[in-house]
Design a protein around this ligand. Structure first.
Ligand code: ZN
Ligand code: ZN
Length: 406
């Protein structure tokens, strides 16, 4: 029997509370930066199981020191989304919340972070309960505000890196539209880097009937939008992944007024730092040149926001965890492929220069078309999803903490 089997012998015993906890969390989602109820629940349980618990930057981190050996950090994100749930689940969220603009919005766990919190608590209890089967230090980290790209940075700004032991390896997982019971793995780039840019270009306002007295920012913005399409088509290497999307283009108020500015909102996704720099430089170059070409009276402004780092799975850690997964889950381990979504998890291991591995957990009945993350219909199956996610965290941790790896 492996250490993982020994620790996971408690899985059946903990299933009842894990399912109850999940249903309660699903019914009580909290927006990014407002995760007080969720953090309190995580902190209370970690404390009861003997973890040394700290509140850091709106999150919770519990350290369980259990003798010599490696330090393993596992992270779960806690926040929900401003999405009104439209599932028919008996535990569906009917909550509303106030967002940062002061508006009232429906709120739900449409990205499944309630699964992540429940599974990490499940793994934490099993490891705390079976400490004779492993040696080292286990760090359970509950992060706020993943959806706004602010949470990992907030915990680091509050001194995370000097408040916990440096991890030798770090893990995180995400429930995705894979078949429930499966684990999706991928070495190398797994989630894209994401950048949002607010670009303001300036013209000269005039009466709509007197265009010769204007510098028309509507025409300027249109020209920029078209020219930006050539970055991926003509500048990045064929086969190199990059997305440049203009998600919003706003100028003017009335048909007979030429406005004095236009605002474009761009979203950029890349899997490679060099490609990312190339794309961002090309965007700025094209926008400045189009402004010059139009005779714009003042230079454009670029405001970067909602920036997500690249998630790049370490190959050494990936191979070790992937073999442990295959030993435990058999052919339920599937190829994840690259995901074009983004994550701020990697900021935490990057701050410690720690290698990491991020994997997907299936949450949907085989053969059905799962609603995508962030859909109001997103509803993972409770089981086997919660068991699979809990087992995966234990198996990955014990790949580094087992007393008797074999
Ligand atoms: Zn999400
Ligand atoms: Zn998510």
């Amino acid at each position: 029997m492996t250490s993982a089997d020994a620790v996971l012998a408690g899985l059946d015993r903990t299933r009842g509370w894990r399912e109850d906890f999940y249903r309660d969390l699903h019914a009580h989602p909290e927006l990014s930066g407002q995760e007080s109820r969720t953090s309190a629940a995580a902190a209370a349980r970690l404390t009861a199981w003997g973890f040394d618990v700290q509140r850091v930057g709106g999150g919770v981190v519990g350290v369980l020191a259990n003798g010599p050996g490696n330090t393993v950090l596992s992270r779960a994100d806690m926040d929900a989304l401003p999405v009104t749930e439209m599932t028919e689940l008996p535990y569906a969220s009917t909550q509303t919340a106030t967002d940062e603009t002061g508006a009232t919005t429906g709120v739900s766990h449409a990205c499944g972070h309630d699964v992540h919190v429940t599974c990490l608590l499940g793994a934490a209890e099993l490891l705390a309960d079976q400490r004779q089967h492993w040696s080292g230090t286990f760090v359970a980290l509950f992060q706020p505000a993943e959806e706004t790209a602010a949470g990992a940075r907030g915990m680091l700004d509050d001194g995370l890196a000097r408040r916990i032991p440096r991890p030798d390896v770090a893990f995180a997982q995400h429930v995705l539209g894979l078949d429930a019971g499966t684990i999706g793995t991928q070495v190398g780039p797994v989630m894209s880097a994401g950048d949002s840019i607010r670009i303001t270009v300036f013209g000269k306002g005039s009466h709509g009937s007197m265009p010769h007295l204007s510098v028309d920012p509507v025409v300027l913005a249109a020209s920029i939008v078209l020219r930006l399409q050539t970055i991926v088509a003509r500048e990045t290497r064929p086969g190199e992944f990059a997305v440049v999307t203009v998600g919003s283009s706003v100028a003017g108020t009335k048909s007979n007024i030429i406005p004095d500015r236009a605002v474009l909102l761009l979203n950029v996704r890349t899997y490679d730092d060099a490609t990312r720099r190339q794309v961002l430089e090309a965007i700025e170059r094209i926008v400045r040149a189009e402004c010059d070409g139009a005779g714009s009276p003042q230079p454009p402004t670029f405001e970067y926001y909602d920036q997500y780092p690249l998630t790049h799975n370490d190959s050494g850690v990936g191979d070790r965890v992937d073999s442990a997964f295959r030993e435990h889950f058999g052919d339920q381990v599937v190829e994840l492929g690259r995901v074009t979504a983004s994550e701020d998890f990697s900021r935490i291991p990057d701050a410690f220069e720690t290698p990491y591995f991020y994997w997907g957990v299936g949450g949907f009945a085989a053969g059905t078309s799962a609603p995508p993350n962030h859909s109001p219909f997103f509803a993972p199956l409770i089981q086997p999803t919660l068991d699979t996610g809990t087992e995966a965290l234990v198996v990955a941790a014990l790949a580094y903490l087992a007393k008797d790896p074999g």
